[in-house]
Write a protein that binds this ligand. Structure first.
Ligand SMILES: Cc1cc2nc3c(=O)[nH]c(=O)nc-3n(C[C@H](O)[C@H](O)[C@H](O)COP(=O)(O)OP(=O)(O)OC[C@H]3O[C@@H](n4cnc5c(N)ncnc54)[C@H](O)[C@@H]3O)c2cc1C
Length: 244
């Protein structure tokens, strides 16, 4: 067990502190418990799911543009599929299929190369001509695009239900959720010096979203960062058993 102090006057102990109770932080904290960490704490400035996670459209797509995104996408979709059996709750995932149209010849070239890469990673995906796509999705105008990639296993989930699912999973797993508590050091302290000095060496800090790149200067603190780059792809520095 390691010690940290999040400003309530007394030192409190945790094996991992997750900042932000959105879908990323929520499921991350649950997985840390599954991985064997004893005390996992989620610090959320509002209430669980009050950020983007309850407002998203919920599209779930394994058809990423990089091998890492494809592997994570496949893993995530499989996780959604087995939730009901494993957790007794689920995020409402529906494998409705996902079509990504191309509108010019360059997009066709890039899209077909992407499909080849995705197939190599085991994703069930195909390139459909415009007329083939129309037979899969009759509402698509066949003359409005040049075909596209189609993965029948992709689909969508229900964002509010997903928040409910990880809220229940966190509770059952014994993760401590501290709501209405803002972790201001991460957001507002320039080089995070004060934040770093409040932690003992070796504390694991999961920093999600836009705050993550700032956390690189945590000194001796071991920080697992989950930054999002300009294209919305993520996990350049994420090291996870999922990808091992
Ligand atoms: C309109 C819309 C549609 C979308 N559609 C899709 C889609 O179809 N498919 C898809 O995959 N993605 C979609 N997204 C993106 C998706 O919602 C986000 O990528 C995802 O929800 C991010 O999850 P998160 O946990 O990182 O962030 P959030 O859900 O935003 O969670 C971050 C949490 O951190 C908390 N927080 C922030 N700062 C602090 C602090 N200092 N201290 C404590 N807590 C803090 C916030 O209150 C919040 O609860 C969409 C997003 C929007 C807005």
């Amino acid at each position: 067990m390691r010690t940290t102090d999040w400003g309530d006057g007394g030192a409190r102990r945790a094996d991992a502190v997750v900042i932000g109770g959105g879908t990323v932080g929520g499921w991350c904290a649950w997985m840390l418990r599954q991985a064997g960490l004893e005390r996992v704490v989620v610090v959320e400035r509002s209430t669980l799911g009050r950020g983007a996670s309850s407002r998203a459209a919920g599209m779930v797509r394994s058809q990423g543009g990089t091998p890492t995104a494809v592997q994570l996408g496949i893993w995530s979709r499989d996780f959604y599929l087995r939730q009901a059996d494993e957790l007794g709750v689920d995020s409402g995932f529906v494998a409705q299929g996902y079509f990504m149209p191309a509108f010019d010849t360059e997009a066709v070239r890039i899209g077909q190369a992407r499909v080849a890469m995705q197939k190599g990673l085991g994703l069930h995906v195909d390139w459909l001509s415009a007329s083939e796509a129309a037979s899969v999705t009759p509402t698509l105008a066949p003359d409005a695009h040049l075909g596209g990639s189609y993965a029948p296993g992709d689909g969508w989930l229900d964002p509010p239900r997903n928040v409910l699912a990880y809220s229940i999973a966190l509770h059952r797993a014994g993760v401590e959720v501290i709501e209405r508590t803002e972790f201001t050091a991460i957001i507002f302290q320039a080089k995070l010096n004060r934040f770093a000095s409040t932690l003992h060496e070796g504390v694991e800090v999961f920093c999600l979203g836009v705050a993550a790149p700032q956390a690189g200067d945590c000194g001796d603190v071991v920080a697992f960062l989950v930054p999002f780059d300009d294209d919305g792809e993520f996990a350049r520095t994420l090291h996870t058993p999922i990808l091992a």
